[in-house]
Design a protein around this ligand. Sequence first.
Ligand code: LMR
Length: 340
Amino acid sequence: MPFALPPPAPRAVTRRALLAAAVALPALASGRGPVRLRFSHVVAPDTPKGRMALHFQALVHERAGDRLRVEVHPDSQLWGDDDEIEALRLGAVEMLAPSLSKFGMAGVPEFEVFDLPYLFSEAAQVRRVTEGPVGQALLRRLERQQMLGLGFLDNGLKHMSAQRPLRRVADFAGLRVRVQASRVIEAQWRALGAQPVVLPFAETRRALASGVVNATENPLSNFLTQGLASVQPQLTLTGHGYLGYAVVTNPRFWASLPMADQRLLTDALRAALAQGNRWAAELDRDALLALQRQTGVAVHQPSEAERDGLRRALRGVSQMVERGPQGQWLKDVRAALLAK
Ligand code: LMR
């Protein structure tokens, strides 16, 4: 069955973001007093992104003292999925690390190739793409949407959960699934016969608890730290997709910093991202062990035949991207994966 991607919907500027931006404009480094760099994200502190942000904060403090002050705001406390990118553009926050899936709807659809099911078989593989020319070209694409891309971070492979195991295509019938705002992810769930519902990360647990949706997909550290096991007791280790991040800043804010501070922040971030990737692998393993031990949650490992069945059902999504406007990016990503 052919799939077609709808054009990205224009994002409305929320009143909250506009108001905050008006207050925040003096945040551009003025050369007087400490520079405040607000780093907002939507996940818990004890996740790859949460830990990386705190490590970046500590490294900047160690190297710049109070002159450059990084403030980390986790758990959508400052901005959430609906408004964080517009808040960055408007100067109401200086740093974010949205998942790669969220850049498509923000006007950079090239990033949606990362959402393709079964493109990567382990998170570490993604680095062949992100650390090479394709990754750099993707970061440059962000400039068209008033974002400066500073680097990539892993979380891990995503797994599906519901009130029942999800091993065969028939298991997906009638599911209403919380998804991130990505047209490729939406196409993935439709191909399995489920109905995708885009919801902000911060609302996911409540929506699952109240029955607004009854399935979802997450890397293990997000599944664990959001306490999803109590509302999604059946976790199937599908490993069908990847979730990672791009760290972005506001280009006007960045340009207002002296070169030496840009270098200091770039170096600190590089170190924090490298450590963050190590934590991502470690937290993924730890979360699996914790979930396997947790009472009330059943962790299912699909057989090879079941995996193949899901893969076959999702083939149309790959074809949709291959034939669509992002087809060349997908070819480049595949070539980077195969390169020695
Ligand atoms: C999601 O919305 O599920 C993820 O992008 C959350 C995150 O930042 O890991």
